[in-house]
Design a protein around this ligand. Structure first.
Ligand SMILES: NC(=O)c1ccc[n+]([C@@H]2O[C@H](COP(=O)([O-])OP(=O)(O)OC[C@H]3O[C@@H](n4cnc5c(N)ncnc54)[C@H](OP(=O)(O)O)[C@@H]3O)[C@@H](O)[C@H]2O)c1
Length: 279
């Protein structure tokens, strides 16, 4: 049995589907009850309470570990989750980390994530680490204003990064959970091309078949909006990347193709599959 945390999110949903389709027994974990694919068991648990994961981890061979929101904040103790996995007899762990541990290793949230990677590596379990850059699904921040006013409001309209489709992250995660050859792998995951917020807006408009305007926010306006849904430091870090990506953050990584044997999906593909969120 494979335990998937973050199971109802952008990565967790396609990952749960892929593992179930591969014939695996899957336990999907999130804090709120949710519909899951046929044959998948859903358990409500909060990763902030690692001991509460024991019922999910009992009998599990592998764990996909995705931290969210407050679990990135100072004072959280996600390393205890790995201890629970070891004590429960889990043999393999795939950790969702971030490209920032490589490209900007000095912020507090990234130092904490790097330490968690070290804990995973030193756990004695088989492990793989996934380090994605910015997600295509961050465009969902714009869904309401596109639905209501056909406008995207975002900072740094002409500064792009190679955003990655969460479905590709899920596909790589599934490969790492199911195939032995990824043990000890640390994969940097990006999309196939640099795309700006203005370019993403055009792709959403094309998927909708109707024009969408682009309104450029100042950094302060964007920070105020983001700080409502993430720790302020994470908002600052994200804006630093979006406004001034380093060469390492602009690089298109070969790792999705290396693992999956096919190119990563472009943003336009994500927009077409998620167009109902913008209608
Ligand atoms: N967005 C980016 O550009 C980017 C870039 C690099 C890395 N990342 C990382 O990617 C992750 C987000 O992935 P995603 O977009 O797939 O997530 P998402 O769509 O935001 O979904 C989060 C999932 O985690 C669950 N969850 C949240 N808090 C939880 C808790 N305390 N205990 C148990 N389950 C919890 C949620 O369900 P419930 O709410 O029901 O619990 C949901 O299933 C984060 O770790 C982020 O740091 C993001």
């Amino acid at each position: 049995m494979i335990v998937v945390t973050g199971a109802t999110g952008n990565i967790g949903r396609p990952l749960t589907r892929a593992l179930a389709a591969a014939g695996e027994q899957v336990t999907a974990v999130s804090r709120h009850p949710a519909a899951v694919p046929d044959g998948v068991r859903h358990l409500v648990a909060d990763l902030a309470d690692p001991a509460g994961l024991r019922p999910a981890l009992a009998g599990a061979k592998s764990l996909f570990l995705l931290l969210s929101g407050d679990l990135h904040a100072l004072g959280a103790h996600p390393a205890e989750i790995i201890g629970e996995a070891v004590d429960s007899g889990v043999r393999r762990i795939v950790l969702l980390s971030t490209l920032g541990v490589v490209t900007r290793p000095f912020g507090a949230t990234r130092i904490a994530m790097r330490e968690l990677e070290d804990t995973v590596r030193e756990s004695g379990l088989e492990w793989a680490v996934l380090r994605p850059g910015g997600f295509a699904s961050n465009a969902l921040w714009w869904a309401e204003s596109v639905r209501e006013r056909r406008v995207v409001a975002a900072p740094f309209g002409d500064v792009g990064v190679p955003v990655v489709d969460p479905a590709d992250i899920a596909a790589v995660a599934a490969a790492c959970l199911l195939e032995d050859r990824h043990t000890g792998g640390a994969y940097e995951l990006t999309g196939p091309e640099v795309i700006t917020p203005r370019g993403q807006t055009e792709a959403v408009a094309a998927a909708l078949g109707s024009p969408v305007a682009f309104h450029e926010l100042t950094r302060d306006e964007a920070r105020a909006a983001m700080a409502r849904s993430m720790p302020a430091e994470l908002a600052d870090d994200t804006l630093d990347i979006l406004g001034n990506p380093s060469p390492a953050e602009l690089r298109v990584s070969p790792d999705v193709e290396r693992v999956l044997g096919r190119a990563p999906r472009p943003f336009a593909d994500w927009a077409a599959r998620n167009v109902t969120a913008f209608r």
